[in-house]
Design a binder for this molecule. Structure first.
Ligand code: NCD
Ligand code: ZN
Length: 388
């Protein structure tokens, strides 16, 4: 009798135990697989943005200021930002367009100088002393929008590079050769072989950001270098490839430089961006051009993404199950590379479908078509009305 009671008890106990355990197991599994619907990260920066000048600032600055605490402002104005005095004046024009709300008011434009062959080591010292110039941008002459004043003979810049190396001022590189006979899809790789390797050989401690990388060659190259060599990656190069640009009709709003490459490159970029490696960080390369200048027989290069960049990066990271690596990429690695403090405040993203506006008002009665215009995105940056 005793043995029977014991057996029954034992059976009961086991059943209860099993039920409780399977419930717990179910809960654990659903927590692990349920999509995250809201998450909060350190407020991001943008380490590569084009704000333009004059009236354009009324459109570009509010988007940048709402979405990023700091932004490295590209110097390819007409005429370019060539001296510390130019940078100080440009910074003031940007600040004058920052909206009054408490988020935007934190915005800090970080200025860059446009490297020309007439820039001197003294100009570099003055730039660092100004406190506002955080980097120098190298455009090979003719590589992209407003790059006519860029560098043709990189050997003419050795004093400048030596001074930058000594002072720890980063060189931001548009890494494409420009010789007419070189295929547009090969220009980044050729730049690595013909320019980048020699540059690093001569200035092994120079801080270099290989800007908006688009190929596995560039990703591998950056991985093979020391801590002083890093790279930015745009949202479009993580989410798209040249099929998006060219299949089923030419889509001018996907056209930027360096041009979108084949899917195998896109995959490698997504791998390195989401790997947690601090060498890779955000740089939207948001580059506005009025709609009619992109939808044109000779359309301008540049994708406008400042207002949607964070949702785009979130979408790209989520596509490979790496949302947990987003914060490092958008908000930590870049600040560390530049030796700047990490932002202390946070930003929240919420999973909520919304439609990207078809246009923003731009310049005098013109408009600007953002990347993904009219398309649905999965993530919203809060406060939403400010961000877009
Ligand atoms: C940029 C622009 O329009 O200023 N265009 C682009 O396609 N990225 C220039 C640049 O960064 O190459
Ligand atoms: Zn750019």
């Amino acid at each position: 009798y005793d043995a029977q009671v014991f057996q029954r008890f034992n059976y009961r106990f086991l059943t209860l135990f099993f039920k409780a355990f399977s419930k717990l197991f179910e809960e654990i599994m659903s927590a692990a697989t349920a999509p995250i619907n809201t998450f909060t990260i350190t407020a991001p920066d943008d380490w590569h943005i084009h704000l333009r000048d004059g009236q354009a600032l009324a459109t570009t600055v509010p988007h940048a200021a709402a979405n990023f605490r700091r932004a490295i402002c590209m110097p390819n104005l007409v005429p370019p930002v060539k001296t510390a005095a130019d940078a100080i004046a440009y910074r003031e024009r940007i600040l004058a367009q920052v909206p009054n709300d408490s988020i935007s008011q934190q915005f800090e434009p970080l200025m860059t100088l446009y490297l020309t062959e007439s820039l001197t080591a003294e100009d570099i010292e003055a730039a660092v002393d100004s406190g506002v110039v955080k980097a120098v941008k190298l455009y090979p002459a003719g590589a992209t929008t407003n790059s006519a004043d860029g560098v043709s003979h990189i050997n003419h810049c050795t004093d400048v590079f030596a001074k930058m190396e000594a002072l720890g001022l980063p060189l931001l590189v548009h890494g494409e050769v420009t010789h007419h006979h070189i295929d547009i899809f090969d220009r980044e790789k050729r730049f690595i072989d013909e320019v980048m390797v020699n540059l690093i050989d001569k200035f092994p401690k120079l801080k270099i950001v290989f800007e908006h990388i688009t190929t596995s060659d560039a990703a591998d190259f950056v991985l093979s270098q020391g801590k002083n060599v890093a790279a930015t990656i745009t949202p479009q190069h993580l989410l798209f490839n040249r099929n998006h640009l060219l299949v089923g009709g030419i889509k001018p709003h996907f056209y930027c430089l360096p041009i979108l490459k084949r899917q195998s490159h896109q995959k490698v970029l997504l791998d390195v961006a989401t790997s947690g490696n601090p060498k890779f960080f955000i740089g939207t390369d948001s580059a506005p051009h009025a709609t009619h200048t992109k939808e044109n027989a000779c359309g301008c290069a540049g994708c406008y993404s400042a207002s949607i960049a964070l949702p785009l990066y979130a979408q790209a990271f989520e596509s490979v199950g790496k949302l947990d690596k987003l914060e490092g990429f958008t908000s930590i690695h870049g600040a560390k590379f530049y030796g700047l403090p990490i932002n202390s405040d946070k930003v929240t993203l919420v999973r909520e479908a919304w439609q990207v506006p078809e246009h923003y008002p731009y310049l005098d009665g013109k408009d600007l078509t953002p990347l993904m215009a009219g398309q649905t995105l999965d993530w919203k940056v809060m406060p939403f009305n400010l961000a877009v």
